[in-house]
Design a binder for this molecule. Structure first.
Ligand SMILES: NC(=O)c1ccc[n+]([C@@H]2O[C@H](COP(=O)([O-])OP(=O)(O)OC[C@H]3O[C@@H](n4cnc5c(N)ncnc54)[C@H](OP(=O)(O)O)[C@@H]3O)[C@@H](O)[C@H]2O)c1
Length: 247
């Protein structure tokens, strides 16, 4: 029997990268898992590969979140683990960041995370675990990441307040902050391969362990924080998985 046998897990942004690796790890431990994504085909493909339920949900849309909560409630009743992971990043200096980029990052990363938590609260089991995915970037003052970093920092603060508000129901709320991790995300920035390789080389010079993280590294921390037998005294905490980059 896996550690999460019979547990109901919801992961936003589970069709690739960190969300996908985490969904896979929960499935291997016996959980019943629902993943979300914004693009239909990759979501269907991932759901079939992982034997999980895929729900097309734009995390920036309150209507979509309502629909997700209704469907999860109908299918599973209550939720034991909520991993709010979906996020987007664009990098540009303050001077050249467009309103559209600003709105997209704030709406998906912050507003979407906030309302996903809010709308799931009524169907979280007492003793449930909520894990937010922010970024190691929140501890840095990295050029070109003002809006991304601010949107993720806001989530980090939200998590701490939610941890206090939900403590009476023994719901634990924690944050995982990955450093540079090998996922599809880098390929969504719109840079060519040579630029991406140069960026990666530059980033690695700032990581004491001199390597990129893997989605599985992050997944293991999420499972640890979701496992009451290992982390029942941990709430409102943030965990950097960044090879020491934030030091
Ligand atoms: N990779 C890194 O170096 C790194 C470092 C620190 C933090 N992070 C954070 O880690 C999280 C996961 O990213 P990843 O690296 O695993 O990248 P990824 O492979 O690109 O995964 C991002 C996931 O989020 C989903 N998503 C994006 N916008 C969405 C929306 N509006 N509604 C629903 N789902 C949406 C994507 O679905 P679609 O494909 O359908 O859009 C995808 O499943 C993000 O919050 C990211 O900011 C990543």
């Amino acid at each position: 029997m896996g550690t999460f046998e019979g547990k109901v897990v919801v992961i936003t942004g589970g069709n690739s990268g960190i969300g996908y690796a985490t969904a896979k790890a929960f499935r291997e431990q016996g959980a019943s898992v629902t993943i979300t994504g914004k693009r239909e085909e990759p979501l269907k493909k991932a759901a079939a590969e992982l034997s999980v339920t895929g729900k097309l949900t734009d995390q920036a849309s309150l209507q979509d979140i309502d629909q997700l909560v209704t469907e999860v409630k109908h299918a599973s009743g209550k939720v034991d683990v909520l991993f709010i992971n979906a996020g987007v990043a664009f990098f540009a200096p303050v001077e050249h960041t467009s309103e559209e980029q600003f709105d997209t990052m704030v709406n998906v990363n912050f507003k979407g995370s906030f309302f996903t938590l809010q709308k799931f609260i009524p169907i979280l089991n007492d003793g449930a675990a909520v894990i937010f995915l922010t970024s190691g970037n929140t501890a840095l003052a990295m050029e070109n990441s003002a809006v991304y970093s601010a949107s993720k920092s806001a989530v980090g603060h939200l998590a701490k307040i939610a941890a206090k508000e939900l403590a009476p129901r023994k719901i634990r709320v924690n944050t995982v902050n990955p450093g540079p991790t090998e996922t599809a995300m880098q390929h969504k920035f719109g840079f060519d391969d040579a630029t991406l390789e140069a960026m990666k080389g530059h980033i690695l010079t700032q990581v004491p362990l001199a390597k990129m993280g893997r989605p599985e590294d992050v997944a293991r921390m999420v499972l640890y924080l979701a496992d009451h037998s290992l982390s029942s005294f941990i709430t409102g905490a943030e965990f950097f998985i960044d090879g020491g980059m934030a030091l």
